[in-house]
Design a protein around this ligand. Sequence first.
Ligand code: FMN
Length: 305
Amino acid sequence: MDMQVNFGGLSLKNPVMTASGTFGFGLEFAPYGDLTRLGGIVAKGLSLKPREGNPMPRIAETPCGMLNAIGIQNPGVEHFVTKALPMLPWKDVAVIANLYACDATEFGELAGVLAGEEGVAALEVNVSCPNVKEGGIAFGQDPVQIGRVTEAVKKKAGDKHVMVKLSPNVTDIAVCARAAAEGGADSLSLINTLSGMAVDIRNRKPRIANVIAGLSGPAIKPVALRCVHQVVHAVDIPVVGIGGIASAEDALEFILVGAQAVQVGTANFLRPDFAFGLADEMESLLSELGAASLDEFRGSLQLPI
Ligand SMILES: Cc1cc2nc3c(=O)[nH]c(=O)nc-3n(C[C@H](O)[C@H](O)[C@H](O)COP(=O)(O)O)c2cc1C
């Protein structure tokens, strides 16, 4: 079965990507499988300057998922371009850079640095920085800012595919999706983590130093499916599904709802080899289900009339 996917000029040999922040720059996972079996590698979030991230503890386990408040710890975009990217098999697997900045200008600058990099297949824009200038609201919660950031990235991205990653922590994700599409996004990926917290009744302290953190893993899959369902009906651009994928069945649920492709996040921590075999598992399951192809299955969810 043909598992290739092509959308918005981005070509992937299969619909499985690894989600940003859960797969390092990719090389860390090379001992667990052949990176070129993946459709794409979304690298950990990059900022213009290196970032130390948030204080520890910044990870807590929850039933069916985890909370994290890493704070986009990363060595900066120059390090990625000069040290990590040349080591990745980017000719055989799409490498997608995930961008993090705190204003539209800085996002544009980051895109400009990556625009000329042959090894980068696409830019994924993470719009979850709290924008202090605008009063502390996260970009991802403000459709006007999402539009502005998308336009700024598009302007500097050259011919790179621009994927905007949406937050579920909003009243209406379809409004945010439309803002990104109108700003010129080539595709959307969703969802990022859900806002959450955990506390310890013994020492009466938050379990995460930052107090509020991002929830990911199987617990968020129903929310992610709902968001993808709403967004595929709200915009004409392709959508990539993310959230709690831990099996081929989970991945195909997102495809059924209309996603072009998927990203695997938290599951990489539990089973570092999981993402490598997922496309094959999806292919077998599609055959078992009697689907003629991935394209035929995509978006074929039968809704009540
Ligand atoms: C430890 C950790 C770090 C993450 N770092 C990033 C990041 O740098 N940029 C980003 O856009 N998303 C980041 N995410 C969000 C994931 O890419 C993904 O959207 C989310 O975890 C939901 O997918 P999952 O349930 O499969 O983990 C991070 C998630 C985790 C668990």
